[in-house]
Ligand binder design. Structure first.
Ligand code: ATR
Length: 286
């Protein structure tokens, strides 16, 4: 990497931020496309998020990504919020417009959908409903993507059912077929589904296992886990043993970075086997 007088700047704000794989992702693309740019980690305390975001145009940054705990707080700081980010309730990508205004977007739903297209291209949104485990920030993006894909029915299953009910209420427009269910009902709810998505932290290294009996899930259903540490979660291993097509969580992380990269650096970015391998190395290294 060579820093010149014209190097374009972008980065990721988080607290802490050192765990983020986004610098590895964006700097890989910058190198691959020979762009004079750099993407840096920006450790920003929650109480300084406003100041830090407001400094972006002054410092000549093209924009930034946001991670924990800034995604929700940014909604009320940026100047314009994309309708999808407003519906999801979180901003993960900020673009500095030519007039210096801050535009907030959410690219997680895009990342989820593009990854599914990539890894299960023959998945038919109209065939069967979708079951989504979890009701946190990641679930909101996944449900928004499924609604946009016109999945006819979405069953939300969460330990805290009230959270699933709020999500269903917030996002179920304009197609109202999102229902909320208690965690104990998860096995039976798989009956007739065409897609199962885990958005909970269960199955992640250091978290409890996701206890699930897949026997009622039709064998042509696609199983997605957005957990990517480990890449082969026990859910995906069990699903493969039953013959399901499976989609791991790394691709969503890679695809969600594409819209920001293109807006900041002016070049569309591709998710390739080489990129996956490069980011995987950083997962194994920690
Ligand atoms: P994110 O923004 O990544 O989605 P989150 O908002 O912390 O993260 O959500 C984590 C999800 O994992 C939630 O759906 C959570 O359930 P609750 O809403 O009941 O907290 C789910 N989760 C975490 N630990 C769990 C456990 N032991 N059993 C069942 N669900 C769990």
């Amino acid at each position: 990497m060579r820093i010149t007088g014209r190097t374009r700047l972008a980065g990721i704000m988080g607290w802490p931020v050192s765990h983020s794989r986004s610098p590895a992702l964006h700097n890989f693309w910058l190198g691959e496309y020979g762009i004079d740019g750099v993407y840096v980690p920006l450790p920003v305390r929650p109480e300084q998020l406003r100041q830090a975001l407001r400094a972006l145009p002054a410092l000549g940054f093209r924009g930034c990504n946001l991670t924990i705990p800034h995604k929700e707080a940014a909604l009320s700081i940026v100047d314009r919020v994309d309708p999808l980010a407003r519906r999801i309730g979180a901003v993960n990508t900020v673009i500095v417009a030519p007039d210096g205004a801050l535009e907030g977007r959410n690219t997680d739903a895009f990342g989820f959908r593009e990854n599914l297209n990539d890894c299960a291209p023959d998945w038919d949104p109209a065939a069967g409903g979708a079951v989504v485990f979890g009701a946190g920030g990641a679930a909101r993006a996944v449900v928004a993507a499924l609604i946009e894909a016109r999945v006819p029915e979405i069953r939300l299953v969460n330990r805290t059912i009230g959270r699933a009910e709020i999500l269903a209420r917030d996002l179920a427009v304009p197609h109202g077929r999102v229902s909320a269910h208690p965690w104990a009902a998860r096995d039976a709810l798989l009956d007739g589904a065409g897609l199962l998505v885990n958005t909970t932290s269960l199955g992640m290294t250091g978290a409890p296992e996701l206890e699930i009996d897949l026997s009622q899930l039709p064998t042509d259903a696609v199983v997605v886990d957005i957990v990517y540490v480990p890449l082969n979660t026990p859910l995906l291993v069990a699903a493969r043993q039953r013959g399901h097509r499976t989609v791991d969580g790394l691709g969503m992380l890679l695809h969600q970075g594409r819209p920001g990269f293109e807006a900041w650096f002016g070049t569309p970015a591709r998710v390739t086997r080489e990129l996956r391998a490069a980011v995987l190395t950083t997962l194994v290294a920690r």
